[in-house]
Design a protein around this ligand. Structure first.
Ligand code: UP5
Ligand code: MG
Length: 190
């Protein structure tokens, strides 16, 4: 078929920086399909798939699930969707994730959003979320912050070097932050 080449946006930022919240707003306004890598992994756990217990152990430790598992889930979600505009939320979390995506999917993102948020604000948001996530406790949050700084910041720097990074100050109300996100996508509307 002559289906349009997918438009891929990676949505990055630390734990609780507001990735999922802003993705919902982008979906409402610009009609993207939202693929949260964390949600796809949590769905694998709750569906008792063969990798479920491995994934659960890794998420409890705030570590990064092997690329082959995550990329396969993202690939399946892209392929089974009718959409051609995707927000990939919380991925890639490491250079290894990024390279595996490029190899398997054979594409690069058009845009990479980075929600830049101070650690104490992220901790406050995650601890007050109350959705029963196994990783929303202070011990695991500390580990998630370390993994973010050690493994995800290099990915952010990589896309900055390629001129694809759009860094957004993620402090303020949800609507104030979306006001900064809006023009990025309005520029592509056509
Ligand atoms: N909130 C949002 N915006 C706010 C604002 N402006 N002011 C005040 N409050 C605000 O927001 C967090 C909370 O803050 C919510 O209660 C919200 O209402 C409020 P949310 O939008 O959920 O933030 P988000 O950045 O999405 O936070 P999340 O906790 O989902 O980020 P993580 O990156 O930690 O979690 P994710 O689900 O992506 O990954 C979880 C784990 O899965 C990882 O630690 C890892 O172990 C594993 N994983 C992988 O291994 N590989 C992957 O590719 C992806 C995940
Ligand atoms: Mg999220």
């Amino acid at each position: 078929s002559n289906r349009t080449r997918p438009f891929i946006t990676f949505v990055l930022g630390g734990p609780g920086s507001g990735k999922g919240t802003q993705c919902e707003k982008i979906v409402e306004t610009f009609g993207f399909t939202h693929l949260s890598a964390g949600d796809l992994l949590r769905k694998e756990i709750s569906s008792n798939s063969e990798n479920g217990s491995t994934i659960l152990d890794i998420i409890k430790e705030g570590k990064i699930v092997p690329s082959e598992i995550t990329v396969k889930l993202i690939q399946r979600a892209i392929q089974s969707s009718e959409s051609y505009k995707f927000l990939i939320d919380g991925f890639p979390r490491s250079d290894e994730n990024r390279i595996a995506f490029e190899r398997v999917i054979g594409m690069e993102p058009e845009v990479v959003l980075f929600f830049d948020c101070p650690e104490e604000e992220m901790v406050k948001r995650v601890l007050s979320r109350n959705q029963g996530r196994v990783d929303d406790n202070i011990e695991t949050i500390k580990k998630r912050l370390k993994v973010f700084a050690g493994s995800n910041l290099p990915v952010i720097n990589y896309y900055s070097g390629k001129g694809k990074l759009r860094k957004i100050d993620a402090v303020g109300t949800v609507d104030e932050i979306f006001e900064k996100v809006h023009p990025i996508f309005a520029a592509y509307k056509g």
